[in-house]
Design a protein around this ligand. Structure first.
Ligand SMILES: NC(=O)c1ccc[n+]([C@@H]2O[C@H](COP(=O)([O-])OP(=O)(O)OC[C@H]3O[C@@H](n4cnc5c(N)ncnc54)[C@H](O)[C@@H]3O)[C@@H](O)[C@H]2O)c1
Length: 257
């Protein structure tokens, strides 16, 4: 018996990294999971889960498109059932200070990291209400507490997402919906976001961003994606039934300094 038997989840940005780990952790607890991403690779990630006997589907999805959100929720309901769990994980970063930031980059990061989750919550809530029980999990960041100038385009989007989380949490609770909404705040984790082609484009800036953070982590190592997956599965499950509007920092103690 898994803790999420019979539950249906959508995980965005699930082709790789923390989203793929979250999808795997939810499947392992018995959930049926719709993995979405702009990357074609998302179908292979879902196929690998099916090969292990899990219930997983996939859809190409740009979280900045309201029409895409409506389609993804409809596909999930048709293929897997009404939605119980929404993991707003898709996100991007651009390393720049206020001197270097371009407004095009600033708006793009805000669109994906903040308006994407907002549209997702609006799109999924009616299905969650029909399902009778829901958990929304937003991937924020420990950059809401750790101030590093190079996260200027990124950190404010994650702070906005953390506050959206609390507003949704209070709204749903006061409306009598059995829908909880919490945020997860990872520190540096070993994913393509920090080591992949996107960061390669910003070259030295990315390295400067990561090195001092990793050196300062009290637990003296970066996090591994399954260490976020297990926290997402906890928040999705009834083990966290009295938690809503909470911020869970998963950063080896980094934001305590
Ligand atoms: N890795 C870290 O150290 C770290 C730390 C703090 C917070 N986070 C947050 O965790 C989340 C996942 O990060 P990750 O490290 O796995 O990154 P990643 O770059 O490895 O994965 C992010 C995924 O989001 C997808 N994506 C990007 N734009 C999209 C869009 N418009 N629509 C749909 N999908 C889109 C990408 O294709 C990718 O598969 C992000 O929100 C990130 O900000 C990561």
């Amino acid at each position: 018996m898994g803790k999420l038997d019979g539950r249906v989840a959508i995980v965005t940005g699930a082709a790789r990294g923390l989203g793929a780990a979250a999808a795997e952790a939810l499947c392992a607890e018995g959930a049926a999971v719709m993995l979405t991403d702009v990357l074609e690779q998302v179908s292979e990630t879902a196929e690998a889960l099916r090969a292990r006997g899990y219930r997983a589907a996939s859809s190409r999805h740009d979280v900045t498109s309201e029409a895409d959100w409506a389609r993804v929720v409809a596909e999930t309901v048709a293929q897997l059932g009404e939605v119980n769990v929404l993991v707003n994980n898709a996100g991007i970063t651009v390393a720049a200070t206020i001197d270097d930031i371009t407004m095009a980059d600033a708006r793009r990061v805000m669109d994906i990291n903040y308006f994407g989750p907002m549209m997702g919550i609006k799109a999924a809530l009616p299905s969650m209400r029909k399902a009778g029980k829901g958990s929304i999990i937003n991937l924020s960041s420990n950059s809401t507490r750790m101030i590093i100038a190079l996260t200027t385009p990124y950190a404010p989007t994650k702070a906005a997402l953390a506050l959206l989380t609390k507003n949704v949490a209070v709204h749903c609770a006061q409306a009598g919906d059995a829908i909880r909404c919490n945020s997860v705040h990872p520190g540096p984790h070993e994913t393509p976001m920090l080591f992949g082609p996107d960061m390669d484009r910003s070259g030295d800036a990315a390295i400067k961003l990561i090195e001092p953070m990793v050196a300062a982590i009290p637990m003296q190592r970066m996090g591994k994606p399954p260490e976020i997956g297990s926290v997402v599965a906890f928040l999705a499950s009834d083990d966290s039934s009295y938690m809503t509007g909470a911020e869970l920092f998963v950063d080896g103690g980094l934001s305590l300094l």
